[in-house]
Ligand binder design. Sequence first.
Ligand SMILES: O=C(O)CCC(=O)C(=O)O
Length: 279
Amino acid sequence: MEKSLEYDQIRHYHDKGFLSPINVLTRDEIQTFNSEIEAFEKASGQPIDFPYKSRCHQIFSWADTLVHHPKILDAVEDVIGPDILCYHATLWIKPPQSNSFVRWHQDGTYFSLEPAVHVTAWVALTIADDDAGCMQVIPGSHKNEFLEHNDDSNPDNLIPRGQGLAINVNTEHAVSMPLEAGQMSLHHTKLFHASFNNKRDTRRIGFGISYIPTSTKDIGKTKAHALLVRGKDNYNNFLPEKRLIEPHTPEQYEYHLSLMKQFRKRQDEGALFSKAHLD
Ligand SMILES: O=C(O)CCC(=O)C(=O)O
């Protein structure tokens, strides 16, 4: 029984590797979440950056609310089933009039998760249309295996190491996933996707949440934590992550940092592993 998506939408996700747009947030929610980000930036005197913009659900109440949001989880449940872990989450912010970009890539290349069924819910907290540099995808490209990626660091790349597909991606059939604030897209972990300049005078802010079914196996050397956000975990394949209770305490910042270090270590180990296997 579907929770929120129509049968055709679910079929589209599985056939093409993405689904967009899906309405999830109210105006009030959008305003509250953006105000909370701005309040943090005002207090810290600078735009939010790493490590705080990664795994933010371990720091901010707004992000904890989002990773547990019933409308997001209903759609996610329709594509990966009822028992759901949040594996990671990241804020993707493009400054106004910026060259910020993300190279073509597949999300799960270094995640060390099997099978590769993880879905990213990308929630727009501001408008994210073509002018703002919304995501572009190659429909059906999730039917490829994970392909070789390389690093190409560039300060404008939102991914610090600049990881991206080593092949020349044929963009003839690329499509955009424009979103209004409060809408989200879903994309499959193997889907080729990228994004380019923000030509608008306003920031483009999106929150990308990686969800996996509890049955996913962790094949990484360093074991991962993951947060149960819906249903039951009958597999215990991941180290149980604690849900945020009290934000902004020193203990919480320490916990966040330890999870971030573990995630980074896994990504680096995954990069070495995939290089050895694809060379
Ligand atoms: O925010 C973007 O433009 C890219 C996001 C992305 O690559 C992702 O969510 O996997």
